[in-house]
Write a protein that binds this ligand. Structure first.
Ligand code: NAD
Ligand code: TYD
Length: 350
């Protein structure tokens, strides 16, 4: 019996983790704690919201009293911490939001967990979800391993790096049982359309320009979000205490090649002429401090815990496109109102 607190469960990856844990482990109680910022959306969890082992708490990580209340009320036994500000471009315009949520929020959560678990710290797990962006940028060669030194380049990755350091420090200093995973770029259903793949799917649907930053030759390693969720499941249950695991897709793409593939697949799905959507590609001003290449070596996770991605990129991308085409209402609901202002402010100056 476990009462697991999953933070950020109304966001993109968190909603997949909540769904997996709620359905796979009926004996666990899953408490989803989320402040419901612009990125949090309870529509992401409509299919499981009435499950008997699911609870939702609208709480901000900066509210220590409310966090304490959640731990007491639900007798939380373990934490899977995903809540964060997650978009690099927003971190460039508003770095302090990232300091508050990603650093202060994580330390608040560590403190409340430490106090609540008091003399039984070895019976409880604090699992912190992080990103490969903490390692900085690669050149044309090489991969990030678990021993690559941290070298964050954006306010987002700097704030995630700081939170990772605090988690590790709490394990050393207070003997909390922790584990950290650093994952590459995710894609899939319920992804907020400010990130590359869902933004471009939405723009292709509406025949809007596809703003490719710089020369388009930046490289990312893409992982289907449901495979990230299964990796989190495996690490939560079988990972070494106070260890760290890289999670990746073994799937590197230059942005421009990925965008062209997306255009081709969307043209086929939408019955458009060959090459029609590619004409929407527009090169725009580069992102400041743009990391050239991320590539994860996830061999340790594969060798130690037997995890490997279950779908190919072609399968994952096809499922993702179908999901967006079949969920026009979800997309419409989040791309009206505040989203339009965000889009105008981010993209008019580029
Ligand atoms: P997201 O932006 O979609 O969701 C973040 C969630 O956190 C939202 O539901 C939001 O409401 C909530 N939240 C934000 N601030 C909060 C606060 N102060 N208190 C409580 N809740 C708050 O993010 P995501 O893409 O699902 O990422 C989840 C986690 O995974 C993050 O920690 C991120 O750093 C990490 N990660 C993401 C990726 C990726 O490709 N998206 C890759 C590797 C790691
Ligand atoms: P993004 O999805 O924001 O993820 P991250 O920056 O965390 O890797 O961006 C993925 C890549 O796509 C990155 O190299 C930046 C680029 N990109 C564009 O070229 N245009 C865009 O409009 C966006 C949002 C991203």
């Amino acid at each position: 019996m476990k009462n697991i607190l999953i933070t950020g469960g109304a966001g993109f990856i968190g909603s997949h983790v909540v769904r997996l844990f709620v359905t796979k482990y009926p004996n666990y109680t899953i408490v989803n704690l989320d402040a419901l910022t612009y990125a949090g959306n309870l529509e992401n969890l409509k299919d499981i919201e009435n499950s008997p082992n699911y609870r939702f708490e609208k709480v901000n990580l900066l509210d220590v009293a409310a966090l304490t209340q959640v731990f007491q009320q639900h007798q939380i036994t373990d934490v899977v911490h995903l809540a964060a500000e997650s978009h690099v471009d927003r971190s460039i315009t508003s770095p302090l939001d990232f300091v508050y949520t990603n650093i202060v929020g994580t330390v608040n959560l560590l403190n409340v967990a430490k106090t609540h678990w008091a003399n039984e710290l070895d019976k409880h797990l604090f699992y912190h979800i992080s990103t490969d962006e903490v390692y900085g940028a690669l050149g044309d060669e090489g991969f990030f391993t678990e021993t690559t030194p941290y070298h964050p380049n954006s306010p987002y990755s700097a704030s995630k790096a700081a939170s990772d350091h605090f988690v590790r420090a709490y394990a050393e200093t207070y003997h909390m049982h922790t584990v950290i995973s650093n994952c590459s770029n995710n894609y899939g259903p319920y992804h907020f359309p400010e990130k590359l793949i869902p933004l471009f799917i939405n723009n292709i649907i509406h025949k809007k320009p596809l703003p490719v930053y710089g020369d388009g030759k930046y490289t990312r390693d893409w992982l289907f979000v449901k495979d990230h969720a299964t990796a989190i499941d495996v690490i939560f249950h079988k990972g070494q205490i106070n260890d760290t695991y890289n999670i990746g897709g073994f799937n590197e793409w230059k942005n421009i090649d990925l965008v062209k593939l997306l255009c081709k697949l969307m043209d086929e799905k939408l019955g458009r002429a060959v090459g029609e959507s590619e004409q929407l590609i527009t090169y725009v001003k580069d992102r400041p401090g743009h990391d050239r290449r991320y590539a994860i070596d996830a061999t340790k996770l594969n060798k130690e815990l037997g995890w490997y991605p279950s779908v190919t990129f072609e399968q994952g991308l096809a499922e993702t496109i179908d999901w967006y085409l079949n969920n026009g209402e979800w997309l419409h609901n989040i791309t009206s109102g505040a989203y339009e202002k965000y889009y105008a402010s981010m993209y008019t100056n580029r």
